[in-house]
Design a protein around this ligand. Structure first.
Ligand SMILES: [Zn+2]
Length: 223
């Protein structure tokens, strides 16, 4: 299932004993020029999973995107990031200098972290009310906003902790949440961005097949 908002799909195929990444299978191999017509099964293209999703299609999730522009075009690894939380209709609640915003657009290319673990789905019925009530408290008035200490991140994490408390679970510190949930996804996203831009520039990207030399003979049963 590909969503155009999240960028063009990427694929990987095998030729000339290399992995070749591209937006689609070319007619000829970009390395040897051979017509790609009849591929063996092991050379068949596979799609690369896209780390970005359309946040407006995610229920009850934490979302992350660059404050300006998009990950695939503008993000340079140091740009400011903005975070928010979706309700069950894909409206993204986020805290800014203007108070709590309820965005119906603008989060089409986000890193998304689902907040409802299995066993918590009963919460979904009340999620929108919790989120709306939480956002109406005076902690999130525009004049309370502080760039470093009371910002979009404080808003989302405080909400997540309210939910965890309601569920009788332990609260999460900022560092713990970032390390455990955010960093693994942003790391994956950075690699994807590098690959995507290289393909946009040159049409394809090549890496060595890691097991080229050490391929065990067929049926050796190695795992
Ligand atoms: Zn080739």
């Amino acid at each position: 299932m590909q969503r155009p908002e999240a960028g063009k799909p990427l694929i990987k195929f095998n030729h000339c004993k290399k992995y070749i990444y591209s937006f689609s299978v070319p007619q000829c191999c970009p390395l040897c020029g051979q017509v790609m017509g009849s591929m063996k099964l092991e050379e068949a293209p596979v799609s690369i999973s896209n780390p970005f999703t359309n946040g407006h299609q995610e229920k009850c999730s934490f979302l992350l995107r660059p404050t300006q522009g998009t990950f695939l075009r503008e993000y340079d690894g140091r740009s400011d990031l903005h975070v928010g939380i979706t309700n069950t209709n894909g409206i993204v609640y986020n805290y800014t200098t203007c108070g709590v915003q309820r965005d119906e657009a603008g989060w089409e290319q986000s890193v998304s972290i689902p907040l409802l673990q299995p066993g918590m789905f009963g919460l979904m019925d009340q999620w929108d009310k919790y989120l709306e009530d939480f956002s109406a408290t005076e902690a999130w008035l525009p004049e309370r906003y502080e760039e470093d200490h009371h910002n979009c991140y404080s808003y989302t994490l405080t909400f997540i902790n309210c939910v965890l408390t309601t569920e009788g679970k332990e609260q999460l510190g900022k560092g713990e949440f970032t390390e455990k949930y955010v960093v693994p996804r942003t790391r994956k996203a950075s690699k994807y961005i590098t690959l995507y831009r290289a393909i946009e520039e040159r049409g394809f990207y090549v890496t060595d097949c890691p097991d080229e030399e050490t391929n065990p003979p067929e049926g050796s049963g190695s795992c």
